[in-house]
Write a protein that binds this ligand. Sequence first.
Ligand SMILES: Cc1cc2nc3c(=O)[nH]c(=O)nc-3n(C[C@H](O)[C@H](O)[C@H](O)COP(=O)(O)OP(=O)(O)OC[C@H]3O[C@@H](n4cnc5c(N)ncnc54)[C@H](O)[C@@H]3O)c2cc1C
Length: 401
Amino acid sequence: MEHHPVVISGAGPVGLVAALSLAQKGVNVVVLESEDHIPQDLRAGTFHPPTVEMLDTLGIGDTLRARAIRVPEWQVRDRKDGLVAQFDLSLIADLTPYPFRLHVEQHKLSAIVAEALRGHNNVRMLFAHQCTGYEQDADGVTVTYTGRDGTGEIRASYLIGADGARSIVRKTMGTEFEGFTWPERFLVFATRYDLREQGYTGNAYIADPDEWSAIFIQPHDGPPPIWRIAFPITPDMDEADVLAPDFVQGKIKGFLSPDLDYDIPYKSVYRVHQRVAKDFRDRRVFLAGDAAHVNNPLGGMGLNSGIHDAMNLTGKLAEVLLHGAADSTLDRYHRQRRTVNVEYVQAITIRNKRLLEERDPQVRRERLDELRQTVADRQAHRQYLINSSMLASIKRANEIQ
Ligand SMILES: Cc1cc2nc3c(=O)[nH]c(=O)nc-3n(C[C@H](O)[C@H](O)[C@H](O)COP(=O)(O)OP(=O)(O)OC[C@H]3O[C@@H](n4cnc5c(N)ncnc54)[C@H](O)[C@@H]3O)c2cc1C
């Protein structure tokens, strides 16, 4: 069916997955990306089972799995007392073909998707093109941009804002980004030192009232892999001081062993928010991924939920554009994806952070004991995994009409 393209603002992993999904369904797509290349920074690196299953439907699951590390077990630990609970995804092997967390840098997914997009002549990728806003009417959306050759506009059937946490599409829509920003920032750095030597699995969350942390293995350019470690940084600390070699070295020595010097191939500081856009849709304009919601990384749910948005939305857009489905189909995207972001992604990631940082010794003991009991009880252990692996959020979204 003849149609104006769907314009996607942002070639992050969510925008790219949306583009590939639409292209494969026969929808014309234009992607605007403000950078002149696909961003390479180290950010999300955990893919949960339902996300891997979705990437299979796009034909890129095998390629991603070949570049990734499988993490079938992950831990909650106490900084002083060691292992509290080890979760084992083989307990949900009857619910998914991929009973593990798949660890691989998000930019590798982006590269795989970009490669797959090259085979589609219904997609135009415009790098160094920054979306600057839009106007919409009953028949379409006029999207404005600034490119290398000045400003321009594209007439679109629909616009997807997948342009990250500072989304210009969300700001133009004028919807609130409801929630809060944590006072502390996160220091994230990487080392090649193999934490398995200390009894860690490829992913662990370590509770401590002052210096809780999270670690996860990434393939990097390996072997050997790298281990990313996140620590909280108090609001008063200057970023340059936090990133000073001695400071980072001191953190890792305190965490592992004071007697070793560790290589630190990567370090950065970032601010963490828990926010959800009040509206994921305004008529012909949609928000997906970080443009629609942001959360702390404890649980690895941010990017995953963005990919779930992209797959949900593009299925509905194709139905409306190519198969005459009713416009009201698109409202369901907002209802489904916003609801599960609030009920699951926000709730679980906030709970995870509070568990790790709890200061009250009594509450802390009770919560860690609960986790011990959870892994000891097969049914409770399974249910915990169904929630934390995001299977429950997908099921819940499907139930929402
Ligand atoms: C340090 C860090 C660690 C993280 N760790 C995890 C993790 O372990 N697990 C997890 O699930 N999530 C994690 N996240 C979150 C995860 O990285 C994001 O959820 C993910 O990147 C969202 O993808 P996205 O495509 O929605 O947005 P982004 O990746 O932010 O991509 C947005 C794209 O839009 C482009 N853009 C922006 N404005 C415009 C414009 N006006 N016009 C055109 N293009 C534009 C940007 O250049 C970018 O390419 C982490 C985030 C950070 C910062």
